[in-house]
Design a protein around this ligand. Structure first.
Ligand code: XUL
Ligand code: CO
Length: 443
């Protein structure tokens, strides 16, 4: 904070759209023009950007091998609660200057944990009151809240999948409160990320029991949601590993299978983080597309990894091709609301300037905005969509195809069909043609 004002980001003015800005004019959007109408909706509605509290306001630039490199002006005063409040004021200044409309948080990001559950909840309530005031002053909304069920040592063997029912109960008590405060802030979603819901060794683990417990936990969350009148969407965020060796919510299809098996598929959607998708061995866009096609894509933690590192590096998405793939799916499903594009990203440990926080977000927002413009063209001229449809034309145009799709064909009938019609004609998959066409839309 400067000596003369309550400003934390001194000298940084609200970020404006200026398509003419020069390449080194970095505190400006060249692509993101929030009210510009694209395919019938303003850009901000397509993109619904959110800043995450944990990386951006709790990140200290430490890694497994080294201490903090960041020196943040809100992390200065001695008392934990005063710091928490200063940090919240700094965060709202940042959201406002950046021009995002949403933020996301864990319970433990915004208020310190106390000695007892009563103290912890008191701390949380006090900070939430300030957050509500700041929301009122600025119009910034909460995209989602979540509970941190992985940092405290009590959760070292899992939270809802812990072999000890006492720990399960603690996690339930924590999520109960986290859902309530998310509701109080007008949160539009609530996220479950099970970082420690998995195993380190199968030798000491009853996986079936743990998954049954996880389902029981999520059922209680659905009940509590109804009880408190929370209308937000519940979301599960898949990740294959880290910190556990194997996380039960491995990827989108695993989570959808789990939800279907336990009868929870009407109550949950997915929050996909592409850096988790690539850790599961899939292409960047795989999980986004997989769950979208089943109507299960609720929100996106828009970040990226680094293929030469392989762990969850949580980098800002700056690659047009990746963002374009995501926007292609988002446009196809008509948008993400009530979900959004949450920047679950951290500036690099070496990016120590306060300005880097702005530059990183602006760069990623511009990248998505450009991707939206490019993919809007792809949808507008319909050629690409028609080419994909044409590959499946036999299911609409031939009797046998129509019967298969309607679920009325039998093996006997198809056997007779082959005896009569013989070998199918060879049809090219034309992958390179599709790649070239996609690249042309990125021109
Ligand atoms: C961890 C991760 C989390 C969740 C929220 O990899 O992505 O930050 O998004 O708990
Ligand atoms: Co995430």
């Amino acid at each position: 904070m400067s000596a003369t004002s309550n400003e934390f980001f001194v000298g940084i003015k609200p970020i404006k759209y200026n398509p003419q800005a020069s390449v080194d004019d970095l505190l400006v959007f060249k692509q993101y023009n929030q009210d510009e109408i694209i395919l019938g909706k303003p850009m901000h509605e397509w993109l619904r950007f959110a800043v995450c509290y944990w990386h951006t306001f709790r990140g200290i630039g430490a890694d497994m091998f080294g201490a903090s490199t960041f020196d943040r002006p809100w992390d200065q005063s001695g008392n934990e609660m005063l710091i928490a409040k200063d940090r919240l004021r700094a965060a709202f200044e940042f959201f406002t200057k950046l021009g995002v409309k949403y933020f996301t948080f864990h319970d433990r990001d915004i208020a310190p944990e106390g000695e007892t559950i009563e103290q912890t909840e008191k701390n949380l309530d006090e900070v939430i009151q300030l957050a509500k005031e700041l929301q009122k002053q600025t119009g910034i909304k909460c995209l989602w809240g979540t509970a941190n069920l992985f940092a405290n040592p009590r959760y070292m063997n899992g939270a809802a999948t812990n072999p000890d029912a006492h720990v399960f109960a603690y996690a339930a008590a924590q999520v109960k409160k986290a859902m309530e405060v998310t509701h109080e802030l007008g949160g539009e979603n609530y996220v479950f990320w099970g970082g420690r819901e998995g195993y380190m060794s199968l030798l000491n683990t009853d996986v079936r029991k743990e998954l049954d417990h996880l389902a029981a936990f999520l059922r209680m969350a659905v009940e509590h949601k109804k009880k408190i009148g929370f209308k937000g969407q519940l979301l599960i965020e898949p990740k294959p590993k880290e910190p556990t060796k194997h996380q039960y919510d491995y990827d989108a299809q695993t989570v959808m299978g789990f939800l279907n098996y336990y009868g929870l598929n009407k109550d949950f959607k997915l929050n996909i983080e592409p850096n988790h998708t690539t850790m599961a061995g899939h292409a960047y866009e795989h999980d986004v597309e997989m769950c979208s096609r089943y109507g299960m894509l609720g929100s996106i933690d828009s970040n990226t990894g680094d293929s030469s590192l392989g762990w969850d590096t949580d980098q800002f998405p700056m690659n047009l091709r990746d963002c374009a793939f995501v926007m292609k799916t988002v446009i196809a499903q008509g948008g993400l609301a009530p979900g959004g594009l949450n920047f679950d990203c951290k500036v690099r440990r070496e990016s120590t300037n306060l300005q880097d926080m702005f530059i990183a977000h602006i760069g990623a927002m511009d990248c998505f905005a450009l991707a939206l413009r490019k993919m809007a063209r792809l949808f507008d001229d319909k050629k690409y969509g028609i080419l994909v449809q044409q590959r499946y034309a036999s299911y609409n145009e031939t009797d046998i195809g129509k019967k298969i799709e309607a679920g009325v064909a039998t093996f006997e009938e198809l056997h007779a069909f082959i005896k009569k019609n013989g070998e199918p004609a060879k049809t090219s998959g034309e992958q390179e043609k599709f790649e070239v066409i996609f690249n042309r839309y990125l021109d």
